[in-house]
Design a protein around this ligand. Sequence first.
Ligand SMILES: Nc1nc(=O)c2c([nH]1)NC[C@@H]1CN(c3ccc(C(=O)N[C@@H](CCC(=O)O)C(=O)O)cc3)C=[N+]21
Length: 292
Amino acid sequence: MRSHMNSSTAKILDGKALAARMREEIRLEADQLASKHGRKPGLAVIIVGNDPASHVYVKNKKIGCEKAGIHSFSHELSADTSQQHLLGLITELNNDPKVDGILVQLPVPDHINSEVILEAIDPGKDVDGFHPYNVGRLASRKPALRSCTPYGCMKLLEETGIDLHGKECVIVGASNIVGRPMALELLLVGATVTVTHRFSKNLRSHIERAEIIIAAAGKQGLIQGEWIKPGAIVVDVGIHRREDGSLTGDVEFEEASKNAGWITPVPGGVGPMTITMLLANTVQAFKTHVGD
Ligand SMILES: Nc1nc(=O)c2c([nH]1)NC[C@@H]1CN(c3ccc(C(=O)N[C@@H](CCC(=O)O)C(=O)O)cc3)C=[N+]21
């Protein structure tokens, strides 16, 4: 039927609205846990250097915490902080019973090895879900703390009410923080998964057969709207600033909306869900720590 319609528009997968609903639930649970256990869940956020965009993200995370009944501890370190000093702080936070979650804002300056840092975080406090232990748990179908962006994308997909079993999913981008854990999340629910990356040939041919597209390449407008299969679900993880200051993603939103069944906007799609899942992970970690 769709082929006879040339002005159909996708339904909006509204991450901002879903995030607001979920954060309300998180706050209720955090409040209950705080009265039962005599302390709030706590999240420590470490930022190294003075990248303005990173500071904006960190500020949003702090505001998100406060509103959700989670205590936030922030550690702002200068750009010349040594790796050893940072590791010392992580050890302190690993041993601090008031801290349930630890997040080191990425990227870190070049003289710091992010792998070494991420692996130093106690996996039980790794609310980003980046530690190899947590990635390995997801890979072996026993998820513990899950990476926030892929976890948020799964919540958005659930919102559509569509059964994901056997669905043809194409993930564009194979990063450690989005593409790879996203593939593991989709496998876990029984989808068929293709991951494309910088060496993949003919991206268009993959997109054309996808029922679900996760765009996480970090390239503005990489995915053309006309490639998208009618009715497909499009989740856009990309976030780019145009010259006029407005935000856009990896997908040509206007054109894609004419073909897609569902599509996430940028802003207001995946971004708010990422922070929401960080809050959810912090509450989950708290419950494990207090034995609730
Ligand atoms: N250890 C670590 N964990 C992260 O999760 C992490 C990180 N480092 N480094 C940077 C990226 C980026 N990131 C975003 C989260 C929310 C929005 C978000 O809420 N965006 C709003 C728009 C915000 C705006 O207006 O600028 C939206 O899409 O609607 C964006 C980006 C988390 N990251």
